[in-house]
Design a protein around this ligand. Structure first.
Ligand code: GRF
Length: 195
């Protein structure tokens, strides 16, 4: 197999998406990935504990300049936003064009953009009377949730769903497609590098 790609993961919270990716790296399902750092925007985020348990170096960076410095320092080639609650500085996006991947808990272009995060997304989907929702993995550009879509998967919205019910159903799908989307992003990077 060709060399592993250095991946940094940006988090803000519980980190179940991070955990799903760590599990896949450890089980050999993501053999092309080396997780080089987990960077949190918040101190005390449980995601940091998950990373430490997997022996992945961690950092807390509240300022975007510090995030960029951490990314440079660990030599990240691809960055995954896994429940990262901040909008990235254009400076970081310029440095990592088509190398930053985000997971969003709706079927973009629906229920995304400013104000659509966390449980608010699922509340809006239910209030909108949607019959289906899902998750999207996409590249990050200067907009909010506007970058090129890498992959999506749908889930049904059931009669009587609470936002929490729907969030849990979507989260399961997120855990699967984040890894698949990451693989695709790495393939694309390799193609570009071989040009
Ligand atoms: C996920 O729903 C993700 O799509 C959103 O925030 C949530 C984070 O969950 N951006 P976790 O921290 O990975 O558990």
């Amino acid at each position: 197999m060709s060399k592993k790609t250095k991946v940094a993961v940006l988090v803000s919270g519980g980190g179940t998406n991070l955990q799903a990716s760590i599990d896949k790296v450890q089980s050999g399902d993501l053999p092309q990935v080396e997780m080089v750092k987990v960077i949190s925007s918040k101190e005390g985020a449980f995601a940091l504990e998950r990373a430490a348990k997997a022996d992945i170096p961690t950092a807390v960076a509240k300022e975007q300049a510090d995030v960029l410095a951490e990314l440079k320092e660990c030599g990240a080639e691809i960055i995954v936003l896994a429940g990262y609650m901040k909008v990235l500085d254009p400076e970081i996006i310029r440095n990592y064009r088509n190398r930053i991947v985000n997971i969003h808990p709706s079927l973009i272009p629906k229920y995304c953009g400013k104000g659509f995060y966390g449980i608010r997304v699922h509340k809006a989907v239910i209030e909108g009377g949607e019959k289906e929702s899902g998750a999207t993995v996409h590249f990050v550009d200067e907009g909010v949730d506007t970058g090129e879509i890498i992959m999506q998967e749908k889930v049904p919205v059931m009669e009587g769903d609470t936002p929490e019910d729907l969030a849990a159903r979507v989260l399961k799908v997120e855990h699967v497609i984040l890894a698949e989307g990451l693989k695709k992003a790495i393939e694309r990077l390799e193609q570009e590098e071989n040009k």
